[in-house]
Design a protein around this ligand. Structure first.
Ligand SMILES: C[S@@+](CC[C@H](N)C(=O)[O-])C[C@H]1O[C@@H](n2cnc3c(N)ncnc32)[C@H](O)[C@@H]1O
Length: 262
């Protein structure tokens, strides 16, 4: 929280977190496909001893997939929400020291301090070869202002080792002329996921009312911080990433990123 402003987009609220935990696979169209693909895009062999950073890791669903797919990997989870951290801690307990959970607010660069480990101190300024092979994020960075997104992309670049990759699965802005189509297709996807996973499906009006309530809990600035994919690809290139591209997109959801070249 900065001067009365909720930098977490409502995620400090235990009810909002409980709702997301229960419903993320329903309310995010093609959620399973995205998390699966993101892990498969990581360009390392499954037995590699990777050091991975998960930003806005939430309750650890992406982290857990990475820990399972790469049994020798260590994942550092960063999130600013107390209830999310509590869920992640419980969920990732069985991975012991392979899961490191850090509470920090990504809305300014002081979050990097939370990565400091007395055994392995990080000096980002003095080394072009950062401590992480992979940085990932899912449905989190859109909560930051555009200026902060750009700074964060530079910070991630510095924290990556040469050859490392950043993969961001996030909400991107909708082309204004297609707003209605995107909304209609998003609702259809949610209805379809409800049908297939829960054997039931609510009306369009019921789902819309629920989405409105969740947006209310998230605070009014939620939507205005969603940036276009084009801008974000540009910011990644400006930060130094190469092979910058969108690797997957469906409506307003995308997986994009880049490589820190050798
Ligand atoms: C929609 S949840 C996604 C969680 C997880 N990545 C997933 O896909 O299941 C968004 C997450 O971003 C975190 N978040 C939002 N703003 C943040 C900030 N300024 N600093 C740290 N975490 C933040 C929230 O606490 C929340 O856990």
């Amino acid at each position: 929280m900065v001067a009365g402003h909720d930098t977490l987009g409502g995620w400090g609220d235990a009810r909002k977190v409980a709702y997301f935990l229960e419903n993320s696979e329903i309310i995010i169209p093609r959620r399973e496909e995205q998390l699966k693909l993101l892990v498969e895009l990581i360009p390392y062999s499954p037995n590699a001893s990777l050091s991975v950073l998960d930003l806005g890791a939430g309750f650890g669903s992406l982290t857990e997939r990475i820990l399972k797919h790469f049994p020798s990997a260590t994942v550092t989870c960063v999130d600013g929400s107390e209830p999310m951290i509590a869920h992640a801690t419980e969920r990732l307990l069985k991975y012991g020291s392979r899961a490191r959970i850090r509470k920090a607010d990504l809305s300014d660069s002081s979050w990097i301090g939370a990565l400091q480990d007395r055994a392995r101190p990080i000096d980002v300024e003095s080394t072009p070869n950062g401590p992480f092979n992979v940085a990932v994020s899912a449905i989190a960075i859109h909560h930051l202002t555009d200026r902060r997104k750009q700074e964060l992309y530079r910070e991630i670049f510095d924290l990556l080792a040469r050859g490392g990759i950043f993969l961001n699965n996030d909400v991107v802005s909708t082309p204004p002329a297609l707003k209605e189509q995107f909304e209609r297709l998003n609702l259809l996807a949610i209805q379809e996921q409800e049908r297939s996973k829960r054997g039931m499906s609510r009306s369009r009006q019921e789902i819309e009312a629920e989405i409105r309530e969740q947006r209310r809990l998230a605070g009014g600035e939620h939507e205005s911080r969603i940036a276009s994919l084009t801008d974000q690809l540009h910011w990644l290139s400006q930060a130094g990433f190469r092979s910058v591209d969108c690797y997957w997109r469906y409506l307003d959801l995308a997986i994009f990123g880049g490589i820190k070249e050798q």
